[in-house]
Design a protein around this ligand. Structure first.
Ligand code: HEM
Ligand code: HEM
Length: 221
């Protein structure tokens, strides 16, 4: 017998799809322009990342970092196909590594963007506060290593999800849409809280993150 369990609360799902849209928007406009829109999509990524860090402490059970920080032994067990059900309900040990890597590399991409200068039309809001050497270094990272690292991780991420879908017959995408997974009843796994109070809290935290990013951008000299 299987039971339906809420794994991804609504705020995590909205975060995920808005993040994917904002990263795509930023990537497309980095090639086509206009640069103001490139930066706006980037600011959206920044606010979403800020929210996700807070949600890693305040969110539903399976969105909390504490539920997907694994020991090296757990990663090893996972690679051998011996993970317990509790390690497969939310982010698996391998998925968790890729989630942390994605969040870190996205943070570096947006962070370096804030210090970048195209020397024609646009300067990131922190560029005028840094030395010209720092700005040159950040712009180089942003346009070169950073963009390729991010592209590599996103391609790997989507390939892993498709591998699960097509080879392992395990549809991870539907849980990122509906929030729920069908899991063996015997395991008695906790569900993520996803009621009105959680959603209101998420709204407040997101508003705080948007406010902080707006302040950062508008207070630039
Ligand atoms: C630029 C594009 C994307 C980025 C930056 C991205 C980023 C992320 C991040 C950060 C997570 C962790 C979610 C969390 O715990 O907050 C995640 C999970 C997930 N993403 Fe994406 N994503 C992208 C595109 C996609 C696409 C196109 C799909 C579907 C084809 C997808 C499917 C999933 C799934 C199924 C999970 C959950 C994985 C699991 O069960 O462990 N993502 N993604
Ligand atoms: C996830 C978010 C972001 C991604 C994926 C991204 C990606 C890129 C890429 C690929 C380029 C190189 C374009 C080229 O070589 O023609 C670029 C350029 C640039 N980005 Fe971003 N970016 C992001 C966020 C930001 C943010 C938040 C800012 C600043 C507010 C920013 C400011 C710039 C600037 C000023 C350039 C032009 C640098 C130059 O041409 O010298 N970016 N970005």
């Amino acid at each position: 017998m299987s039971v339906r369990i809420r794994i991804w609360d609504l705020p995590t799902r909205l975060f995920h799809w808005l993040l994917a849209a904002a990263v795509l928007g930023s990537a497309i406009t980095s090639e086509t322009g206009p640069i103001d829109w490139h930066a706006r999509f980037g600011y959206a990524v920044l606010a979403l990342l800020g929210f996700r860090v807070l949600w890693g402490f305040a969110g539903g059970w399976w969105s909390r970092f504490s539920s997907f920080i694994y020991s090296p032994a757990s990663v090893w067990r996972h690679l051998q196909g011996r993970s317990p059900a509790a390690h497969l309900a939310g982010h698996s040990p391998l998925a968790a590594l890729s989630v942390f890597a994605l969040l870190l590399v996205l943070g570096l991409q947006v962070g370096s963007g804030l210090f970048s200068d195209d020397e024609i039309l646009f300067m990131g809001p922190l560029a005028s506060r840094a030395s010209s050497q720092t700005v040159a270094w950040m712009t180089d990272y942003h346009k070169d290593i950073g963009q390729w690292l991010l592209l590599g991780l996103v391609v790997l991420h989507i390939a892993a999800v498709l591998y699960h879908l097509l080879v392992r017959r395990d549809n991870l995408i539907s849980a990122m849409v509906s929030g729920d997974k069908l899991l063996p009843e015997a395991e008695a796994l906790p569900a993520s809280a996803d009621g009105i109070r959680q959603r209101l809290l998420a709204g407040v935290l997101m508003a705080v993150c948007v406010g902080l990013v707006a302040w950062l951008v508008l207070s630039a000299p």
